[in-house]
Design a binder for this molecule. Structure first.
Ligand code: GDP
Length: 295
């Protein structure tokens, strides 16, 4: 994950090795390299520019601390700004509903169904919740089956109505069932398309308004770089979602989505998916991610 970006940043900091202090000239040279590394990692252009401008201001402002070597100072400032860029603190899931309703959104193939299973598993095992999965992807014949397989793997029941195409009714029936049977979290998996289209957006918007979820999560494949960020913006404009789930961070993703999404949609990344297995889920910690990026 982010290997290339890590290497490139490390090389950028070498420009400052042996320098006695940070100057306008060496900081500009270093940050030109940092900006190029960010752009090559598919970070949004404006995000990269604002980032290096902020780091420059801080580095020049902190230059009085002569006890710290310039390269170390730069690493520290870049680390803190990377964490800030990704949201600062880890963002919690809102589980205050009775039951709590979590709505999944995102394109087809982004990892919604897999993540629904992972989240159910995590809530069950780590927070002792009693979740119910709900199959609201009514278009792909295999979708209900896939959610059932996932549900079986994690030992969480799946509510489905194979004959119905009315997602609002399915979700409402599931919520009623959850109340009757003491399920405390209802995770609603929905249909995605290969690209953003009006019909899909209308459907999920109607569903969201009808069930008023505690959390609407937008699931996105981190491998899709700038597209991930553009798709996030389109979904957020319609759904005003609460958090992002960044999947497939185990692949050779370059990092752009992780670093740009927060600034572009002003919503936190809440979870990451790091593999196909049901255990491959992590709560997203901006500072820890910055640690990983800087190696
Ligand atoms: P959906 O169409 O949004 O429901 O997406 P799926 O859950 O069906 O996932 C699409 C594909 O991505 C499947 O082959 C999953 O196994 C795979 N997948 C999902 N999450 C991850 C992840 O975090 N890492 C990897 N490597 N694969 C994932």
């Amino acid at each position: 994950m982010f290997e290339n970006l890590s290497d490139r940043l490390e090389r950028s900091f070498k420009i400052l090795k042996g320098e006695g202090k940070i100057t306008e000239i060496n900081v500009a040279e270093t940050l030109k390299d940092v900006r190029r590394a960010l752009l090559d990692a598919d970070v949004n252009y404006k995000v990269a520019k604002t980032f290096t401008d902020t780091v420059k201001k801080k580095a020049l402002g902190m230059n009085v601390l002569t006890a710290v070597k310039p390269s170390q100072l730069m690493v520290k400032i870049v680390h803190d700004e990377l964490a800030e860029l990704m949201g600062g603190e880890a963002a919690e899931l809102n589980l205050n509903g009775r039951p709590s309703i979590i709505l999944m959104s995102g394109l087809q193939g982004s990892g919604k169904t897999t993540f629904s299973g992972k989240l159910a598993n995590m809530l069950k095992n780590k927070q002792h919740k009693n979740p119910l999965l709900v199959a609201c992807d009514v278009y792909r014949p295999a979708a209900i089956e896939q959610l059932k397989v996932v549900g079986e793997q994690v030992g969480v029941p799946v509510y489905s109505e194979p004959e119905s195409k009315d997602v609002v009714s399915i979700a409402n029936n599931a919520i009623r069932e959850a109340k009757a049977k003491s399920y405390d979290v209802v995770i609603v998996d929905t249909a995605g398309r290969l690209a953003v289209d009006e019909e899909m957006m209308n459907e999920i918007e109607t569903l969201k308004n009808a069930i008023n979820p505690n959390e609407t999560l937008f699931v996105v494949d981190s491998m899709t770089g700038q597209d991930a960020v553009n798709t996030a913006k389109e979904f957020n404009d319609r759904l005003d979602f609460d958090g992002v789930v960044l999947t497939k961070l185990d692949g050779d993703t370059r990092g752009g989505a992780a670093l740009s999404i927060r600034t572009v949609v002003t919503k936190p990344i809440k979870f990451v998916g790091t593999g196909e297995k049901m255990e491959a889920i992590d709560v997203f910690h901006p500072s820890r991610m910055a640690d990983r990026i800087l190696g």
